[in-house]
Design a protein around this ligand. Structure first.
Ligand SMILES: NC(=O)c1ccc[n+]([C@@H]2O[C@H](COP(=O)([O-])OP(=O)(O)OC[C@H]3O[C@@H](n4cnc5c(N)ncnc54)[C@H](O)[C@@H]3O)[C@@H](O)[C@H]2O)c1
Length: 357
């Protein structure tokens, strides 16, 4: 197969990055788009030159012309759509989070029985230029064994509203939305160690700060500042079986001076900051060195990262490559997300046995 016919399901904010990246890939035909809102799907079809607007998900899956789907819908639909796509033999690029809960993620795993069908999770940070460069240095041993990592994504006002603020459709707030990326990229760069224990806390103190004026922020396609039942701050400590530890804190609403994103990893031979800007640290000849890689994007550039993510997905589908962001990693990250929510609910640490799957 030399051409991949793709249908994008869910035509909201993030679908633009998928549609644009597919459009730029010469091996892809943008075949279809489907959204609960026909109007939105039709608008995207015109804007990105998509051949067909589907009316139902069933139509998409039943169409033998569709080779692959990007699922860019609300989180509570991920498991069902993912399972159906797999049952119909479609390759899947699933936006993060893989599902709303760990049991839902396992339902997808149970449907992934066909080894030639690609299932990639939208861990876009893995594909950012900075991450790719840092990974080569980690693989070469510059950091040595990584024993501590810390990820921060604090928004002072950044609840996207709509379904993001409705737990029944999102599964949670900043943890499942932003924390998923931090847990993933740190865990990935740490060498994907096995989870041993999780302690998490969440707070719902400020609400969505819908009263604040004068600041713009990311909004869901169906933004409304009304309903909000998700946490506005989450923090967690994940300890792995090799003793390494990962800490994260994430917020939609916080009395912070400014928004902040930081991703830092510390190893026995060196350290690295991936955000806010890629820099590596080490020691040589009794001297501390800060190493500044010379690349175009020292912080994540979403156009570039989505382009790389989707080019990789297309290669996996057409050339039989193994995905760099496979289903099993989505499941492991989902386990961590569930662990943080569970710990915050019970006030206790969640401890994992050998076979918790
Ligand atoms: N990778 C990233 O950095 C990133 C960033 C933002 C959002 N996302 C993820 O992308 C997904 C969508 O987020 P968004 O910001 O685009 O939200 P959005 O609300 O802007 O768009 C979602 C669209 O999906 C449609 N939809 C919902 N359920 C559907 C269904 N069953 N069938 C067809 N269409 C359906 C809605 O009508 C809407 O148009 C979420 O899972 C979110 O977590 C990822």
């Amino acid at each position: 197969m030399n051409e991949l016919k793709v249908c994008v399901i869910g035509a909201g904010m993030i679908s633009d990055f998928h549609l644009q990246s597919y459009r730029q890939n010469r091996r892809v035909k943008l075949y279809g788009v489907y959204d609960l809102s026909m109007e939105r799907a039709a608008e995207k079809a015109v804007r990105f030159g998509v051949q067909k607007v589907f009316r139902t998900a069933e139509e998409v899956f039943a169409d033998p012309e569709v080779d692959a789907v990007s699922i860019c819908t609300w989180n509570h639909t991920h498991a069902e759509l993912g399972v159906k796509a797999l049952e119909h033999g479609k390759h899947v690029l699933m936006e993060k989070p893989l599902a709303m809960t760990f049991p839902e993620a396992l339902r997808i795993r149970d449907a992934a029985v066909e080894p030639d069908i690609v299932f990639q999770v939208g861990f876009v940070r893995r594909f950012a230029a900075g991450t790719r460069v840092l990974k080569t240095f980690i693989d070469d041993g510059l950091l040595g064994e990584i024993y501590y990592a810390k990820g921060t994504h604090l928004r002072r006002i950044g609840n996207p509203g709509g379904w993001f603020a409705d737990r029944s459709r999102s599964g949670g707030g900043p943890l499942i939305d932003l924390g998923v990326h931090l847990l993933d990229v740190c865990w990935y760069l740490m060498g994907k160690p096995e989870v041993a224990r999780i302690r998490g806390v969440t707070f719902s103190e400020l609400g969505n700060r819908g009263n604040v004026e004068g600041l713009s922020f990311y909004k869901a396609a169906d933004y409304c500042a009304g309903k909000n039942d998700v946490e506005d701050l989450a923090a967690a400590m994940v300890t792995f079986k090799n003793g390494a530890t990962l800490m994260i804190d994430v917020s939609f609403s916080l009395h912070a001076k400014q928004d902040e994103t930081a991703i830092r990893l510390y190893g026995k031979n060196g350290g690295a900051e991936l955000e806010p800007e890629l820099v590596l640290m080490t020691e040589q000849n009794d001297t501390i060195l800060n190493i500044h890689p010379q690349i175009d994007h020292l912080t994540i550039d979403f156009d570039e990262a989505f382009g790389a993510e989707i080019d990789h997905f297309v290669e996996c589908c057409l050339d039989g490559k193994k995905s760099e962001a496979p289903l099993e990693d989505g499941i492991e990250v989902m386990k961590m997300l569930d662990g943080v929510y569970e710990s915050s609910k019970t006030g206790r640490e969640v401890v994992y046995d050998q076979d918790d799957q």
